[in-house]
Design a protein around this ligand. Structure first.
Ligand SMILES: C[S@@+](CC[C@H](N)C(=O)[O-])C[C@H]1O[C@@H](n2cnc3c(N)ncnc32)[C@H](O)[C@@H]1O
Length: 277
């Protein structure tokens, strides 16, 4: 399979909806991260691997009408969905285009480069980050949020222990690994910044913790596994719950809610720095 095909979740309409679900799920956490990293009114920002546009839309809100955001993604389907969402909100300060992290972009250098859950999908994350960071002006911000999927282990991901959730999370780690992506990207971020020639970044670790019947986590996780199924099949990764995918959301809800328990999300690591001025 080609590099683009190896993107674990594909680009079906349902996957682009899943990205919106993920955007909502991580919205508050991401907003706090962007504010901590210094994203502020008036800035010109580049978001790489923008997907359905969720992080770009959040940044557009933070930079306001005097700032601007360009989201780039290598797939036309994602760019079309993100563009339609920005138009529906009548936002004039955000645009999307088809490009990779490595592609040159026209226009002046940006004040900040951001990305979420994208370096984990690069064969060489440091080389990709180095290439994207050349768009940043001297003294500008580089800020990335990446998950540390490998940290989802028994004793951390649920209480009381949730066996179906455990199987789903471990299977997703297997699929991501088989696809050549990096389930340990979160903890690799610091080293990736240094290998990309950037200064030592500030580091930040967060996760969500949810329980009860109405938590978003059940659907988010079930849809994430669903998006990975076609690639799992092509790569020959066995998925224990594949046959029950339509019931998975209910299974996860029942095993956690019935026991009065809680689930943690992936650990999410943020890293940010200012480039040399
Ligand atoms: C998990 S999604 C995250 C989307 C978005 N950043 C968010 O947090 O909602 C990763 C996106 O990165 C894109 N992508 C992966 N590698 C890329 C590359 N080298 N250049 C451009 N886009 C890339 C994929 O097409 C996909 O839409």
């Amino acid at each position: 399979v080609s590099e683009a095909e190896r993107y674990v979740c594909g680009h079906s309409a349902r996957e682009l909806k899943r990205l919106e679900l993920q955007g909502c799920y991580y919205e508050e956490l991401s907003r706090r991260f962007l504010e901590a990293a210094g994203i502020a009114a008036g800035m010109k920002v580049l978001d790489v691997g923008s997907g359905a546009g969720d992080l770009s839309l959040l940044v557009a809100d933070l930079v306001g009408p005097s700032g601007s955001v360009l989201g780039v993604d290598r797939t036309a389907e994602a760019v079309a969905v993100a563009t339609a969402r920005a138009r529906a909100r009548e936002l004039r300060n955000v645009a999307f285009r088809c490009a990779t992290l490595e592609d040159p972009l026209p226009g002046a250098a940006v004040d900040a480069l951001v990305g979420r859950f994208v370096l984990m999908h690069q064969p060489d994350p440091a080389a990709a980050l180095r290439a994207a960071a050349r768009h940043v002006r001297a003294g500008g911000i580089v800020a990335f949020l990446e998950s540390h999927m490998s940290g989802a282990v028994a004793g951390v991901h649920s209480w009381p222990h949730a066996p179906a959730y455990h199987r789903v999370l471990r299977t997703m780690v297997d699929i991501v690994t088989a696809a050549g992506s990096h389930p340990d990207m979160g903890l690799r971020l610091r080293r990736t910044f240094l290998d990309a020639g950037l200064p030592q970044p500030e580091l930040w670790l967060q996760a969500r913790l949810d329980g009860g019947p109405d938590a978003d986590v059940y659907r988010y996780v079930a849809e994430s596994l669903r998006s990975m199924l076609p690639l799992a099949e092509r790569l020959g990764v066995e998925v224990p719950l594949a046959g029950d995918i339509d019931e998975l959301e209910a299974t996860l809800r029942e095993e956690t809610h019935t026991g009065g328990g809680v689930l943690t999300s992936w650990l999410v690591v943020g890293a940010w720095c200012r480039t040399e001025s």
